[in-house]
Design a binder for this molecule. Structure first.
Ligand code: R5P
Length: 292
């Protein structure tokens, strides 16, 4: 059975890549906004009895969720047999706990919503912190792809004398694997979050790595303040200017420019969220996961 791949707006490159794989083809989906801001959705291909792949990365998720839900619901009504949602970046993973009374545990509700209109989810390195796996909150099968080996290859090929630096203990899961894969040493710092855009990072102990190039690795770059604080800590050690690598580069507001201005010698991200900093291509990994 042929799988039909549909791109939600902004996801055309990955959908085209998947659509060129054997056993797949691309379908036509029209999504636009009415003058009043409401969404118009039309599926211009027959999907009855077919396996559908919906490609929609979920940074800035609030505006993307309704068109995605309307698309999936329409496809089900048209008789689609299975809907696989490919969301390289999975949003709403960080509010995984009620820190203050009355707060919404949004990771849980978001997972419930996606599970209500998809039959399967494929994503890249979701931010699992207090939860061990997506199955704790998603009721559909979830497949997680890891970008670590490609990041390790990138460091090995471009930065032979690297010291991999994790800005906080949460990053150790990626940093340790990336360091092992690239054959580099690594250190992990401590972070205290003081607010949405304020973090405090511990002083790095790097005496024996002075001649190495620090390569910061984190899963998400959002406001970039975690990276900015880490870069400024590292600058004080006299080490070469750091390279910053993020799996998912959200770059809210002027985050990218601020990180450059803070002294990062290069900013590298995977293409889970389309951005000028994308230098690590995940398309082949995603297509491979889908073909299994
Ligand atoms: C922490 O929970 C994550 O691993 C990232 O460190 C965090 O999301 C980065 O956020 P920001 O770029 O806003 O400092």
């Amino acid at each position: 059975m042929k799988r039909i791949v549909f791109a939600l707006p902004g996801n055309e490159a990955l959908a085209q890549y998947i659509g060129r794989e054997p056993g797949a083809r691309q379908g036509k989906l029209i999504v636009r906004a009415f003058p009043d801001g409401e969404s118009y959705v039309r599926i211009a291909d027959a999907v009855s009895g077919k396996e559908v792949i919906l490609v929609c990365t979920l940074d800035r998720p609030d505006a993307k969720l309704l068109p995605l839900l309307f698309t999936a619901r329409t496809m089900k009504e048209m008789g689609a047999k299975k809907i696989t949602l490919v969301s390289p970046y999975l949003a709403y993973m960080r509010q995984d706990k009620r820190f203050k009374p009355g707060e919404a545990v949004t990771s849980l509700y978001f997972a419930g919503l996606l599970s209500s209109f998809s039959d399967e989810l494929i994503t890249i390195d979701p931010h699992l912190h207090r939860r061990r796996s997506l199955s704790e909150i998603y009721s559909i099968p979830c497949r997680v792809i890891h970008a670590t080996s490609l990041i390790a290859d990138y460091i090995r090929d471009h930065m032979p004398h690297a010291l991999v630096v994790g800005p906080d203990s949460e990053s150790e899961q990626w940093v340790s694997q990336v360091a092992r894969g690239s054959g580099s040493p690594y250190i992990v710092l401590q972070k205290k979050r003081l607010g949405d855009t304020r973090v405090r990072i511990s002083a790095p102990q790097v005496k024996k790595y002075r001649d190495h190039t620090p390569v910061l690795v984190d899963d998400i770059i959002s406001t970039a303040h975690t990276m900015i604080e880490t870069v400024s800590r590292l600058k004080k050690t006299g080490m070469p200017a750091p390279v910053c690598i993020g799996v998912h580069g959200i770059f809210s507001g002027t985050a990218y420019e601020e990180l450059k201005a803070a002294g990062a010698s290069d900013i590298v991200t995977c293409n889970s969220i389309p951005h000028a900093s994308n230098k690590i291509d995940l398309n082949r990994l995603i297509a491979k996961a889908l073909s299994k």
